[in-house]
Design a protein around this ligand. Structure first.
Ligand code: URA
Length: 436
């Protein structure tokens, strides 16, 4: 089959069959399809759309374009969570050890930050020595011995996605539900998991801002995951506000350590416990979300999750001393405190996640392009959150940076991002819908 025929079929609104999708993915991986042909095919898919069966075929071929992790020999339920990315989203660092402490096996393959969203791997790499480059054999061993691992996607896993994702970025074909769903699931299902909880975000700080688009993607991924034989549920969660009070890398690890010691900010701690409870319920180890939540809170309070995190950090070569002494994490040269300067107290009613992310990016903690280096010490900590009552002179945020010349601008933008009122706000739960 020549590529032009396959492209023409989709370009003219036809439905792709197995042979055509297989030819496309094989051609992408082997290089027999040129970049122009692959880019044209992506644009045809983007413009004409793909029905459920075509998307299922695409996912299946992308998934099998590389290696699958073999979790068969490991007893227990293998589970993971995937988030579509947010601001201050450090959930995975706490969730993986907490889920493992609850008896789940978590072979988590994660990604790096891009644009306004941070990356789990970048955060973990701020722990001195922590290694995210693990081969499949080592991932297998750690899941068997520790119960959880957080590593980067190896080059052998879903290679079709790596090539297609880069080309989608170049050809403005990223924002399409079928392409996003096949991309995400081709990597997650390669982990050999029994169940997957999807945290699909919407709102100002999310990749898909509109709730309806996020819901469409969530439902599609649930249908596709199930068709592939994996138990999948999706939660729609609001990303208008940052998650937690720290946004960056080392500053987020420090916040995670506090959460694991059951001494972190309440809202994010509760959010993570809810997600882990969702995983436990999905695995069949609890008959309701409430009983799962009780189990999860117990494992956080009794130090089991912290101990799992310690084991995971040690197994991956990291310096576990940071758990007892977070000052061993990378530190920026300067920390600028933004103070609340009014004469009377005020309630924080809103914090614009996108505006905060832009400041964090400029401190060097994020990357604009995939090849950019990051500064592990940059970012924001101690950020005021909706529901806080600020007293005169109280710290609204600490900006960690190495560039004095921009501080005044950052401070002004931070003040604009935090909305205040003399009225106490009614806080909404982040979790707006559960599709299971
Ligand atoms: N994240 C992915 O892994 N793939 C997409 O297509 C979009 C977000």
């Amino acid at each position: 089959m020549i590529p032009q025929e396959v492209i023409r079929c989709k370009r003219d609104g036809g439905e792709l069959g197995l042979e055509q999708v297989r030819d496309f993915i094989e051609g992408v991986v082997s290089g027999s399809w040129t970049r122009a042909q692959t880019g044209s095919m992506l644009m045809a898919m983007f413009q004409r759309g793909m029905n459920l069966e075509e998307t299922r075929l695409l996912l299946d071929e992308m998934l099998h374009s590389g290696e699958l992790l073999d979790m068969e020999g490991i007893p227990g339920h293998k589970a993971d969570k995937h988030s579509t990315g947010g601001v201050g989203d450090k959930v995975s660092l706490v969730l993986a050890p907490l889920a493992a402490a609850c008896g789940l096996r978590v072979p988590m393959l994660s990604g790096r930050g891009l644009g306004h969203t941070g990356g789990t791997l970048d955060k973990l790499e701020s722990i001195p020595g922590f290694n995210v480059f693990l081969e499949s054999k080592r991932i297998h061993r750690q899941v068997a011995e520790v119960g959880c691992v957080i590593a980067g996607q190896t080059r052998a896993i879903a290679p079709a996605d790596r090539i297609l994702y880069a080309l989608r970025d170049e050809t403005a074909t990223v924002e399409h539900a079928s392409l996003i769903a096949a991309s995400i699931l081709s990597k997650k299902l390669a982990e050999g998991i029994d169940s997957l909880l999807l945290d699909v975000k919407f709102g100002r700080g999310a990749f898909l801002q509109e709730f309806e688009n996020a819901e469409h993607l969530a439902r599609l991924m649930v249908d596709l995951g199930r068709a592939a034989g994996c138990r999948v549920a999706a939660w729609l969660t609001c990303m208008d506000q940052p998650l937690g009070r720290a946004i960056g890398n080392a500053v987020e690890v420090e916040e995670c350590i506090a959460i694991l010691k059951d001494d972190g900010p309440e809202e994010i701690t509760d959010f993570i416990c809810q997600l882990v409870a969702g995983m436990v319920e999905l695995s069949g180890q609890a008959d309701s979300l409430e009983s799962a939540l009780e189990q999860v809170r117990g494992k956080l309070a009794d130090g089991s999750a912290l101990e799992k995190f310690r084991q995971m950090v040690t197994a991956q070569g990291g310096d576990a001393a940071v758990l007892d002494k977070p000052s061993l994490l990378p530190r920026s040269r300067q920390v600028h405190e933004v103070l609340y300067e009014e004469a009377s107290p005020a309630h924080v009613i809103d914090v614009d996640a996108r505006a905060i992310a832009e400041i964090v990016l400029q401190t060097g903690a994020g990357r604009r392009n995939a090849e950019d280096a990051i500064d592990p010490a940059g970012g924001i900590s101690g950020l005021a959150c909706p529901g806080d009552l600020l007293e005169p002179g109280q710290v609204m945020a600490r900006i960690h940076h190495d560039d004095k010349s921009r501080v005044a601008d950052w401070e002004e933008r931070l003040r604009n991002a935090v909305r205040l009122s003399d009225q106490k706000p009614v806080l909404e739960n982040r979790i707006r819908m559960r599709i299971s």
